[in-house]
Structures are given as C-alpha cells and as structure tokens.
Design a protein around this ligand. Structure first.
Ligand code: ADP
Length: 152
C-alpha cells in the first residue's frame, strides 16, 4: 500500500496545495495531509479550524485524510507507516530548501522517499504567506482558496 504524507502548515490551504493533492491522488493509495503543529509558532488560522476545513473539503475523497502532528515529520511518517513524503516545488528557492530537508529526512529514515511535484505555472506565485498578508489587510482571498474550503 502506497501511503504518503503531505506535510505543511497550511495556514491557510491554498489552490497550490489543492493542486498537489489532486495530482497525487492517482499515484497513492492514501494521502495524509499532515498539519505540522509547532507550539512555539503563531498561526493565523487556529489548528482546529484548519483541520475541520480540510475534512470538509475532502469529505468525498476517501483517499485523503487529515491529521495534525507535533515534532519531526519523519517520526510522524513512521508512526502511521507512511513511506512517502509529498512536497511541492514552485521556485529554485523552494528546490534548495526542500533538497536539504529531503536529504536529511532520508538520512534519518532511509526507506522514506520524498516525491516532488512541480507547481503548475499559474500557481507558482501562490503561497500561504501572501494569502495571509492579503487577508489581514482586508483583501479578498477567495480566488486563491479551493472551492468548498470553509475557513473564512
Ligand atoms: P511549510 O509550512 O512546510 O512551508 P506550506 O504549508 O507552506 O509548508 O506548504 C506545504 C507544501 O506545499 C510545500 O512543499 C510547499 O512547497 C508546497 N506548496 C505551497 N504552495 C504551493 C503552490 N502554490 N504550488 C505548489 N506547491 C506549493
């Protein structure tokens, strides 16, 4: 069984994340959206809201589940017996950052493979950070969020 974790903060989950999930669905048997929770980090949207919103968004997609976790992503993957980590790449900067993490994760748990999806060109400028900035300054962020993602 091919079980993957798509880890991130998803604060909020955007069309960019949604596109990665849609493309990963035909490849894996199960995809866990792992919401990494760092108690020292401040988030805009409370963890409970992010979990609920994703459960609603993927309620009709049995392959996709949502779980929060603390600590190392590799330990979370081991605890749920997932062998794959899914990540998205938008830019060369993403690549350099992701390369280090993937190689370190692979050193920690050699059977864990990270699978990268290149962002679609029309989504490569989209990030949760920019969406948060627009949102806190009163802008309309609906077009950047998946339809049926009820976080606002
Ligand atoms: P983190 O908190 O680890 O930075 P994010 O929640 O921002 O994670 O994103 C999780 C994953 O989704 C990362 O691999 C990131 O590169 C990817 N991602 C974010 N936005 C996009 C996008 N617009 N297109 C493709 N991948 C994306």
């Amino acid at each position: 069984m091919k079980k993957a974790v798509f880890p991130g903060s998803f604060d909020p989950f955007t069309n960019g994340h949604h596109s990665i999930i849609e493309r990963a669905i035909p490849i894996f048997d199960e995809i866990i959206i792992g919401i990494g929770n760092n108690s020292k980090k401040k988030y805009l949207f409370p963890l409970e809201n992010r979990i609920k919103a994703l459960e609603v968004l993927y309620q009709k997609q049995p392959k996709v589940k949502v779980q929060a976790y603390e600590g190392l992503t590799v330990n979370f993957c081991k605890s749920i017996e997932a062998n794959y980590i899914v990540r998205g790449l938008r830019t060369a900067a993403d690549f350099e950052y992701e390369r280090t993490i993937a190689q370190m994760n692979n050193a920690l748990v050699p059977q864990l493979e990270t699978i990268f999806f290149l962002s679609h060109p029309n989504l490569s400028a989209l990030s949760s950070t920019v969406v948060r900035d627009i949102y806190v300054n009163g802008g309309d962020v609906k077009q950047f969020l998946p339809e049926g993602y009820p976080i606002l």
